[in-house]
Ligand binder design. Structure first.
Ligand SMILES: NC(=O)c1ccc[n+]([C@@H]2O[C@H](COP(=O)([O-])OP(=O)(O)OC[C@H]3O[C@@H](n4cnc5c(N)ncnc54)[C@H](OP(=O)(O)O)[C@@H]3O)[C@@H](O)[C@H]2O)c1
Length: 219
């Protein structure tokens, strides 16, 4: 498979990129981001792009791919509503619309989160925005699209949060998180399991388009 990863510098994206680089079935990886991943690998190519609402300038480099793992996303905490909607909905749809036109045989996977609101009418703003994004992604003419809704994610294999205090918590809580992964798969997965599950689903499909944490852990 030839894959594109968005958000490869983030915590989720680092994990997905790592699994792509170690998986022999992934032939090449294109990371599209606004900042470099800092990684070097024979399979990895990068495009630095600054307008995530418009990908027309790099379209020729986005063709010929089998899968996209879209890990770009932001937390709504402390963010103004319109900015959150723009970064979640507009940016994701701009990338996905472009990719579906250029790669009709592509499988697109999107990382949202537990409690995403498919009705788009619930009380939580972030969940409504993520729900609309999922719903509209599922209407695009991809070969298939899958929505991944992890809850907690334990970073493994050197994957780090860019926020120092969050990273410190992951380090201190590592034994607890490992225990939760084993005992509460509904609420906790690992960066490794998430990345592997995305590759598996892109390659072999899955019986339903929305995967919760327990689906991710079962794969
Ligand atoms: N972390 C978790 O435990 C967890 C759990 C469930 C769901 N999720 C979901 O997973 C997604 C990713 O989360 P994360 O924890 O990986 O976040 P993160 O560590 O903050 O990484 C966010 C990624 O998005 C990119 N990004 C952010 N704003 C951007 C912008 N304006 N333009 C271009 N790129 C931008 C970042 O690029 P830069 O490096 O250039 O900033 C980075 O690659 C989110 O949708 C989140 O809701 C995360």
């Amino acid at each position: 498979m030839k894959v594109i990863v968005f958000g490869a510098t983030g915590m989720v994206g680092q994990g997905v990129l790592r699994e792509c680089l170690v998986d022999a079935g992934v032939e090449s990886v294109l990371a599209v981001g606004r900042s470099p991943t800092g990684q070097r690998h024979a399979k990895l190519h990068e495009i630095l792009h600054d307008d995530f609402a418009d990908f027309s300038a790099i379209e020729p480099q986005l063709t010929g791919y089998d899968a996209c793992f879209f890990c770009l996303g932001v937390s709504s905490v402390g963010m103004e509503a319109e900015r959150y909607r723009h970064l979640t909905y507009d940016v994701t749809m701009a990338a996905a619309t472009t990719l579906s036109r250029l790669n009709p045989d592509m499988v697109f996977t999107y990382v949202t989160g537990r409690s995403t609101d498919s009705t788009e009418r619930g009380p939580q703003r972030w969940a409504r925005v993520k729900g609309k994004t999922e719903n509209d992604l599922l209407k695009l003419p991809f070969k298939a699209a899958y929505m991944f809704r992890p809850a907690g994610i334990q970073p493994l294999h050197g994957v780090r949060s860019k926020t120092a205090w969050v990273q410190a918590i992951y380090v201190v809580a590592a034994p607890l998180l490992s225990w939760l992964v084993r005992t509460a798969p509904k609420f906790m997965t690992t960066s490794e399991q998430l990345g592997r599950a995305m590759i598996h689903v892109a390659r072999d499909g899955y019986p339903k388009p929305i995967l919760e944490s327990e689906d991710i852990n079962r794969i």
